[in-house]
Design a protein around this ligand. Structure first.
Ligand SMILES: Nc1ncnc2c1ncn2[C@@H]1O[C@H](COP(=O)(O)OP(=O)(O)OP(=O)(O)O)[C@@H](O)[C@H]1O
Ligand SMILES: [Mg+2]
Length: 247
């Protein structure tokens, strides 16, 4: 069984409008890949389809987690297989504290209740890594949070859930350098042979902190180029127009 997240010839549309046009991408377990590309090319769509967002129609193709096609599975079943999706625009959950939310997610993923002591030791460790305050655990999830605080809450979730594969859709815009560093800290703390990630980003800057094993570029619904971390530097310097000319 292949230990990887594989997107195979994925075609996706919304209301009859094609958005993804044959995406092929492999993220092996143990590697961190970056996905870059201009606005509106389908990067977030790819993340949402992998998460199971029902708004999108999959016209063709497969998304395989360690060889298993997940496209027919419910979002919670995908999470149980070890997938973690963080969205560009996190939702507010009034009335649910971060601590409760994290516990519910972890219990759901495990399929059984985690002990209170195990839960708190995980959360405490993650909070320390993120240099955050435990006071936030009793705040309602994302309610009244600043952009940076939402980001911390999301990365805290990543660290507590310990998924096998994570897809992080980063706006960068609006994230100050501290928030970028938080994302990087979380991802770097997770790095290891049992973790793979696809980090969607516009700016090379984030990749100074999360050094990717591979960089992929999406243009008009397709991956048009892949390379090592130098490719991100090249894109930063040259923009995307030269790539459009080559495809
Ligand atoms: N729910 C939707 N309804 C209508 N169009 C949509 C929807 N979601 C995505 N699209 C369209 O699909 C295209 C790809 O959008 P997507 O959000 O995936 O781009 P992106 O690469 O993430 O862009 P950005 O870099 O700005 O985040 C855009 O033209 C967008 O308008
Ligand atoms: Mg996007």
């Amino acid at each position: 069984m292949a230990n990887q997240l594989e997107i195979r010839d994925l075609w996706v549309s919304i209301e009859g409008q094609p958005i993804l046009k044959g995406v092929n991408l492999v993220v092996p377990k143990g590697e961190v890949h970056a996905l870059m590309g201009p606005n509106g090319t389908g990067k977030s769509t790819l993340g949402k389809v992998i998460a199971g967002d029902p708004e999108y129609t999959v016209d063709k193709g497969e998304v395989l987690v360690d060889g298993q096609n997940i496209l027919e599975l419910e979002p919670d079943e995908r999470a149980k297989l070890g997938l973690f999706l963080a969205f560009q625009y996190p939702v507010e959950v009034p009335g649910v504290t971060i601590a409760n939310f994290l516990r519910l997610c972890l219990n759901a993923k495990r399929g059984e209740d985690v002990s209170v002591s195990e839960f708190y030791s995980k959360v405490t460790k993650a909070i320390q890594t993120l240099e955050w305050s435990e006071d936030y655990l009793t705040r309602y999830l994302n309610e009244g949070f600043s952009g940076g605080e939402k980001k911390r809450a999301e990365i805290l979730q990543l660290m507590v859930l310990e998924p096998t594969y994570a897809i992080l859709d980063e706006t960068d815009s609006g994230l100050d350098i501290d928030a970028l560093k938080v994302v990087a800290k979380g991802v770097n703390a997770m790095r290891g042979p049992e973790f793979g990630a696809l980090v969607i980003t516009h700016y090379q800057r984030l990749l100074n902190y999360i050094v990717p094993d591979r960089v992929h570029v999406m243009l008009e619904g397709k991956i048009v180029m892949s390379g090592d971390k130098e490719l991100a530097l090249e894109l930063e310097a040259k923009g995307y127009d030269w790539l459009k000319a080559t495809v």
